[in-house]
Design a protein around this ligand. Structure first.
Ligand SMILES: Cc1cc2nc3c(=O)[nH]c(=O)nc-3n(C[C@H](O)[C@H](O)[C@H](O)COP(=O)(O)O)c2cc1C
Length: 438
C-alpha cells in the first residue's frame, strides 16, 4: 500500500497573507467564532488531520493584521471541540511564558473534551517583547529557553502520568472513587521548575496530547528529535528539505527513537486559480493591498533584526544568526541569495506566506507540486496556509484534495477517532504499565 500524506491547516483565523483580510468577501474579524468554526469544518470535510492555531504572547499596533489580535488558542480549541468530531485541534503554547502545571491541566482537559483530538505546538517564544508581559526584565537567551523547554516537557508528561489509565474506578457499590495505588506523585525539583503534583485531571485519552514543534535551530532540532511527534518546518527547496528531514531523524535516532517517529510537515501557502493567469491575478490583487509597514514588521520578526534600517532597494544584508526564529531566517536568507532579491522584493515575498513556501497555480499544478515534494522524501505532509478566508481554503479542499485522493495520496475517510490515529502515532503507555512488562 502506498504511503499517504498528512494534511493540516495553518489557520490564522482570517488567513495568512498580510493583506488577505482586505480581499472582497474575505473575513476580517479574527475574533468571530463562526468564521473560524466554518473554516475548521471545511477542513474536517476535507478529512484533514488537524487544524493548527499559531500564537504569541505579545503584540503592537505595527504588528501585521494576521497577528495583531487573536483568540487565546486553548480557549478556542475548547469551543471548536464541541462543534467538530473527527479533526485534530492543535495550538501553540510557549514554554517560556507559562507554568507547566496550568498547561498540563488545560491540555488534559481539552483532550478529554475533544475525546483525544488535541496537539500542542511547543515553542520557546521567539519575540523578546513578550518578557515585559510576564514580570521579566529580559527574554531568556536561545540556549536557556531550550533548556527550560526540555525540563518543562518532562514535567508536563510527568503530570499527565499522575494517574494510571484505570485509576478512576467510580465504584458505586464500594464507594471507591479513585484507586490511590494508581496515583503517582511527581515531586519534581529541577533547575527551572519545582512541581509536586499530582495533576487534578485523569490521564488524557491519547496518553499524551500529540507533541508538535517548529524550531529549526540545531538546539530546536535536538529537542524535536528527542520529544516531538510532528515537526513543522518552512522550506523552499526540495533538496534542503530532504537534508532537514534527515538531520531531524538523526537527532531522533540519537535519542533512541525510530527514524520515522517524527513526522515532518511543511508550511505551504497555495494561491489557486482555475487557470495560471487567474492565480497570478490573485497574487497581484493581494500585492496591491499590502501595507508596507506591517509587511516589514513580519520580515523583521522572521529575520530577527530591525530591517527598517536598511536600504529597501539594496541587497538583503548579511545578518548574525537570529535569536528569534532561526529556521525562518535561514530560509528567507537563502531565498534572497538564490534569487538575488532586494530587501523590498524579500519583504513583498514574506508578506504572501509569512516565510512559508508560496505555490501559485491551478489545482492540478498545486497537487503535482505537493506530490513531487512528498515522493522526493522531503516531508510527511503539508500545513496549508490559505492567504485569506474562506474562499481559498474551500478551493483547496474542493479542488486539490480530490486530486490527491484520486492519486491515492490522501485519505477519503477518517479511519480512526483520535489525532494520534490520523497521524499513525502510537498511544504512549503509562510508565507503570511499561515497568510491569519489563
Ligand atoms: C509552521 C510553523 C508554525 C510556527 N508557529 C509558531 C507559533 O505559533 N509561535 C511561535 O512563537 N513560533 C512559531 N513558529 C516558529 C518556530 O517555533 C520558531 O522557529 C521558534 O520559535 C524559534 O526556534 P528556532 O530558533 O529553533 O528556529 C512556527 C514555525 C513554523 C514553521
Amino acid at each position: 500500500m502506498q504511503k499517504m500524506m498528512h494534511l493540516g491547516s495553518l489557520s490564522h483565523g482570517v488567513g495568512g497573507h498580510v493583506a488577505g483580510w482586505r480581499m472582497p468577501g474575505a473575513l476580517s474579524d479574527k475574533e468571530k467564532f463562526a468564521g473560524i468554526a466554518d473554516a475548521v469544518m471545511t477542513a474536517e470535510r476535507g478529512k484533514f488531520d488537524f487544524v493548527f492555531f499559531a500564537d504569541a504572547v505579545n503584540t503592537g499596533a505595527d504588528a501585521a493584521p494576521t497577528f495583531v489580535v487573536r483568540f487565546e488558542p486553548l480557549t478556542l480549541l475548547g469551543a471548536l471541540s464541541v462543534v467538530t468530531d473527527r479533526i485534530g485541534l492543535v495550538a501553540t503554547v510557549s514554554t517560556t511564558y507559562s507554568e507547566p502545571y496550568n498547561v498540563a491541566r488545560a491540555l488534559a482537559s481539552l483532550d478529554h473534551l475533544s475525546e483525544g483530538r488535541i496537539g500542542w505546538n511547543v515553542v520557546t517564544g521567539s519575540s523578546p517583547d513578550a518578557a515585559a508581559n510576564f514580570s521579566r526584565d529580559k527574554h531568556p537567551p536561545h540556549a536557556e529557553r531550550y533548556a527550560m523547554a526540555d525540563e518543562y516537557l518532562a514535567v508536563v508528561k510527568g503530570l499527565w502520568d499522575s494517574w494510571e489509565d484505570d485509576a478512576v474506578v467510580a465504584d458505586k457499590a464500594t464507594g471507591m472513587f479513585i484507586d490511590p495505588k494508581k496515583m503517582h506523585v511527581l515531586d519534581h525539583v529541577g533547575a527551572y521548575f519545582q512541581v509536586k503534583g499530582p495533576l487534578n485531571a485523569s490521564r488524557p485519552p491519547q496518553g499524551y496530547p500529540v507533541i508538535f514543534q517548529a524550531g529549526a535551530s540545531d538546539r530546536g532540532l535536538e529537542l524535536a528529535g528527542s520529544t516531538a511527534e510532528v515537526v513543522f518546518a518552512s522550506q523552499s527547496f526540495v533538496e534542503d528539505s530532504v537534508a532537514f528531514s534527515s538531520k531531524l531523524r538523526d537527532y531522533a535516532e540519537k535519542a533512541g527513537r525510530a527514524r520515522d517517529a517524527v513526522k515532518v510537515m511543511l508550511g505551504v501557502s497555495p494561491i489557486i486559480g482555475d487557470t495560471e493567469e487567474e492565480a497570478h491575478d490573485i497574487v497581484a490583487q493581494l500585492g496591491a493591498m499590502v501595507d508596507p509597514v506591517s509587511s516589514m514588521r513580519v520580515l523583521s520578526d522572521r529575520l530577527g533584526a530591525d530591517m527598517t534600517q536598511y536600504d529597501l532597494d539594496g541587497p538583503v544584508p548579511e545578518l548574525p544568526p537570529s535569536t528569534m526564529m532561526q529556521g525562518h531566517a535561514r530560509v528567507l536568507q537563502s531565498i534572497a541569495k538564490r534569487h538575488n532579491l532586494t530587501l523590498r522584493q524579500l519583504r513583498d515575498f514574506a508578506a504572501v506566506g509569512a516565510g512559508h513556501r508560496v505555490l501559485v497555480g491551478t489545482p492540478t499544478q498545486v497537487a503535482d507540486d505537493l506530490e513531487m515534494w512528498f515522493r522526493a522524501g522531503a516531508c510527511d505532509g503539508f500545513a496549508i496556509m490559505a492567504p485569506y478566508s474562506p474562499k481559498p481554503f474551500e478551493t483547496f479542499v474542493d479542488k486539490v484534495v480530490p486530486i490527491l485522493q484520486e492519486r491515492g495520496l490522501f485519505r477519503r475517510e477518517y479511519s480512526g477517532k483520535t489525532l494520534r490515529d490520523h497521524l499513525g502515532l502510537a498511544r504512549p503507555a503509562h510508565p507503570a504499565a511499561l515497568a510491569v512488562k519489563l
